[in-house]
Design a protein around this ligand. Structure first.
Ligand code: B3K
Ligand code: ZN
Length: 901
């Protein structure tokens, strides 16, 4: 792997088109885990005068280079192979060798459980052969795979199978041709002992398609949901965007060792087993939903990413933001109801706020379209993905669904088969709708989360309501360096409603607009908020009892990725929680109430004041919990307290121990004060009959299991016994795992026995054992009556467990990441033990798999936000990593940026 002491920064402004075009590539791979020989024959054409052809390569042994069949001199050095003096066109044949079994980085060609897999995005293809490994070099591929037939009976690559034959010495061969031009990052191969389920479907235009899901034989029974999700995704893309599957054959393959979720290789998606395998006994409702979403995501890339790809990696959000938006909409539609859609929106926003907002305020803050990077794999971030999806969603909010669809249609008409930039997408949206989206472009170039402050004035005499919005967005991350231009106001689609004293929405007319203007009289209006400060006046509003002002419902459905600073009173929030017609804002009102109460408790805890449960909050929680007219999944979301990480971000100096104490105090208080209500919700939301992961049943289980967690936290032995009964009686993983979590986190007497039982039951199911590790990495410890038990000791002991290994990313994430990022109160121990553990693990992982190590390194991003003692401990740990003799480029960039902040 490439290790370097002098980081090289790549800049977006330095982009220049490639000096050569490739018209076709022929790859022949003699697969052998110890030494695989790769012969690549490229038909090239020079597109710029005099240039040398500089190919990228990493960890390759060069065997030979030939030009038009004759040996040709080339220089291999520092990750490149330079060929000078090439003619205007010709055929270049390069033979190299690589070592798949020794490849622990899981990038390029590697071996997992005896089978071969590839991962080429972003720059893994250069670990297979020397190539113009950049996304704007698109060409057709013909791939010949040769391997031992007994060990590797299945040989797969992109496109269509065009030939198969037996070879001497027990080997065999398969030839695949992909009719579509593609960049190298979409190349894939799979070889090994795998089996599949298959289905044939007929696409919208009447063509038959073969769909396959490939797994190891023992997992065949866990593939149905992935296949169903794929079929649903195909249908959805036809209906919503008129986009059809373009290949005769579409394959999904599951692999246990994988750096991320899945990969959209053309016609041959490779998936982490976590996002394929599911059945009632081993997967939770969340797993089922995640599989649907990731299968959809990778499938949708076939158009947004593969048919139209990125010009350079700075444009990554062109495909990722758009595809996340598409998968979010797909999952929302699959919920089957308006309230289900709202729940999906709430979940997505929760993630954005909990993970992306902090990223956008820390040392790795970057615009959705970054301007520079040291290691591109570090920029597969929540900003590029989730904030990028919010940016795409804003087009739809501004242009309407039909306008958005027109923009998509124009985008494909203009750019099918091309490698393009984010600005091309914006231009298609603008041109298809005759709109000026110039200022909107700032969402791509400026980082940070804008804060919108709101003032309002109500004139009861003339029935007018004036809303004044102002926005500011301080410089963050790299923007704070000298010479960066000042930031400009964003174009914010700001959705708003006004609610009357009777709890109903008022029809809204903007001052001066014609009665038949688009939107006039609607109860939700999307305001084009483009200035630093801007007023909007609504007129003709009816008088309210006692002259009271209507209550504004701000940023409905979270219409832009901003923070709204509004000074609602508790009474107003309670009113919104009860009446807002926008379900997202109902939830939002509850979160604001809970956050306010929690931050008060945190400051009480810090000051040594007695903690007190506010009766108003208990009453508000009771109302939501007992309102059977609400979708149970919505109630579950509304009753989930803001996460500790979210609360930390809301403090000027984060104090994880106080946050944990406050939040746990509130949980236990609500558990005890509302025990009859929790129990009633528990009983009312049983799902008798065989398990089904459908949205309505999953919603009930979600509320029921949330109630169980609260009940167990009340400390009441009878309630813990209830959890124990559920654990043993469960016929599905959702209920079993929820019960186990309740037992573990409430320190119930049965917890050790249940943990042991769980391990024994699922010993042979890696994904379930990951859950077992993860639960223990995140378990509470050292609090109140249970003082003395440190989770870190448990984590260290678990690292000695025979089932633990750092080499499998899922396992490392299950234990180590769960502890370092999912257990703030334990990780941030005052003596710095958590930080020293982090440093050790980052270094250990870096020697195996730099991409995974760099993800773990990100845990320290917000080190400056913590109390002085913690801050010092974190800096020391960062310095320890930074001083290590050999670091990957991946980890060096993360640690370097954290320390420079
Ligand atoms: N495009 C891949 C991610 C590749 C990550 C490379 N470090 C999966 C996805 O977003 O669909
Ligand atoms: Zn993606």
């Amino acid at each position: 792997m490439l290790r370097t002491d002098t980081p090289v920064t790549v800049y977006r402004k330095d982009y220049s088109p490639p000096a050569f075009a490739f018209d076709h590539v022929d790859l022949v791979l003699e697969l052998d885990p110890e030494r695989t020989l790769v012969t690549s024959t490229v038909r090239f054409r020079r597109t710029a005068a005099d240039a040398a052809l500089v190919l990228a390569g990493e960890d390759l042994e060069l065997v030979s280079v030939k030009l038009d069949g004759q040996a040709f001199a080339a220089t291999a050095q520092d990750g490149t192979l330079t060929l000078a003096g090439l003619p205007g066109e010709g055929s270049l044949e390069i033979t190299t060798a690589c070592r798949p079994a020794a490849n622990t980085t899981l990038s390029g060609l590697y071996v997992s459980n005896g089978n071969f897999f590839t991962q080429c995005e972003a720059e893994g293809f250069r670990r297979i052969t020397y190539f113009l490994d950049r996304p704007d070099v698109m060409t057709t591929y013909r791939v010949t795979l040769r391997a031992d037939r007994a060990a590797y009976p299945v040989l797969l690559s992109n496109g269509n199978l065009v030939g198969r034959r037996e070879l001497p010495a027990g080997r065999h061969e398969a030839v695949w041709e992909d009719p579509f031009k593609k960049p190298s990052y979409l190349f894939a191969l799979v070889a090994g002992k795998l089996e599949c389920i298959e289905e044939r479907v007929v696409s919208a235009s009447g063509k038959e398609k073969l769909l396959q899901v490939w797994v190891e034989a023992q997992d065949l029974g866990k593939t149905r949901h992935a296949m169903d999700s794929l079929i649903h995704a195909i249908r959805w893309d036809e209906r919503r965007f008129g986009l059809e599957l373009d290949l005769d054959r579409f394959m999904i393959v599951a692999v246990g060792d994988f750096n991320m979720g899945a990969m959209e290789n053309k016609g041959l998606n490779i998936f982490n087993t976590k996002y394929v395998l599911a059945n009632a006994e081993t997967a939770t409702d969340t797993d089922f939903a995640n599989i649907e979403s990731v299968v959809g995501h990778e499938y949708f890339h076939n158009w947004t990413g593969n048919r139209v790809t990125c010009r350079d990696w700075f444009q990554l959000s062109l495909k990722e933001g758009l595809t996340v938006f598409r998968d979010q909409e797909f999952s929302a539609d699959m919920m089957g109801s308006e309230s289900g859609r709202a729940v999906k929106r709430i979940e997505d926003v929760r993630l954005l706020r909990q993970v992306q907002f902090p990223e956008d305020a820390g040392p790795m803050a970057h615009p959705v379209r970054p301007d520079s990077y040291e290691e591109i794999n570090n920029f597969y971030t929540v900003t590029v993905y989730e904030k990028g999806a919010e940016v795409v969603r804003m087009y739809q909010t501004l242009l309407g669904r039909d306008g958005f669809r027109k923009g998509m249609d124009l985008y494909f008409r203009r750019h099918d088969g091309q490698a393009v930039a984010c600005d091309d997408f914006r231009a298609a949206m603008a041109d298809a709708n005759g709109r000026d989206l110039g200022q909107f472009g700032l969402w791509y170039s400026q980082a940070g989360t804008p804060v919108v402050s709101v003032r309002s004035a109500w004139d009861a005499k003339d029935g007018s309501f004036t809303l004044t919005l102002s926005q500011h967005c301080p410089k963050v991350g790299i923007e704070t360096r000298a010479g960066t231009p000042d930031k400009q106001p964003f174009h914010i689609p700001f959705a708003i409603g006004l609610i009357g004293a009777d709890g109903r929405d008022l029809p809204l007319h903007l001052d001066g607009e014609a009665g038949d203007a688009p939107g006039a009289g609607d109860t939700t209006r999307v305001l084009d908020f483009t200035g630093a400060e801007q007023s909007f006046r609504f007129t003709g509003l009816p008088a309210q009892p006692g002259g009271a002002a209507p209550l504004p419902s701000l940023l409905r459905n979270f219409s832009a990725p901003v923070i709204v600073d509004a000074d609602y009173t508790d009474a107003q929030l309670t009113f919104l929680l009860a009446h807002d017609s926008d379900p997202f804002n109902r939830w939002e009102a509850g979160q604001r109430l809970a956050t306010r109460a929690l931050l008060q408790l945190v400051s009480d805890a810090q000051a040594g004041r007695e903690l007190r449960l506010a009766p108003e909050l208990v009453a508000a929680v009771r109302t939501v919990l007992s309102d059977d007219s609400l979708n149970p999944a919505f109630r579950e979301q509304a009753l989930l307290l803001p996460a500790e990480a979210y609360l930390a971000e809301r403090m000027s100096v984060a104090d994880p121990a106080a946050i944990h104490r406050a939040r746990q105090f509130l949980r236990e208080g609500l558990a005890r004060a509302l025990q009859p209500e929790w129990l009633a919700a528990y009983e009312a939301n049983a799902t008798p009959g065989p398990y089904s992961p459908d949205a309505a049943s999953a919603a009930k289980r979600a509320l029921r299991n949330l109630a169980l967690g609260y009940l167990a936290d009340s400390g009441d032995a009878a309630m813990q016994a209830l959890a124990e009964r559920q654990y043993h009686a469960a016929d599905n993983m959702t209920d079993r795992f929820a019960a186990l979590s309740a037992l573990v986190n409430s320190f119930a007497p049965g917890r050790e026995a249940a943990l042991a039982d769980f391990y024994q039951r699922f010993e042979h199911d890696a994904l379930v054992i990951d859950k077992w590790f993860s639960l223990q990495g995140m378990q509470r410890g050292e609090i109140g009556a249970h003082a003395g038990k440190r989770t870190l000791d448990t984590v260290r002991a678990l690292m000695e467990h025979p089932a633990f290994t750092l080499r499998n990313p899922n396992r490392a994430r299950a234990l180590i990441f769960s502890f370092c990022s999912g257990n703030p109160a334990q990780f941030h121990a005052e003596d710095g033990a958590g930080y020293r553990f982090w440093a050790e693990q980052v270094l250990a992982l870096d020697a195996i798999n730099p991409q995974v190590a760099a993800r773990l390194a990100r845990v320290m991003d917000r080190w400056q936000k913590y109390t002085p003692v913690l801050r010092d401990g974190m800096r020391a740990a960062l310095e320890q990593v930074s001083a290590a003799p050999s670091l990957s480029r991946d980890v060096r960039e993360i640690v370097g940026k954290a320390l420079a902040a």
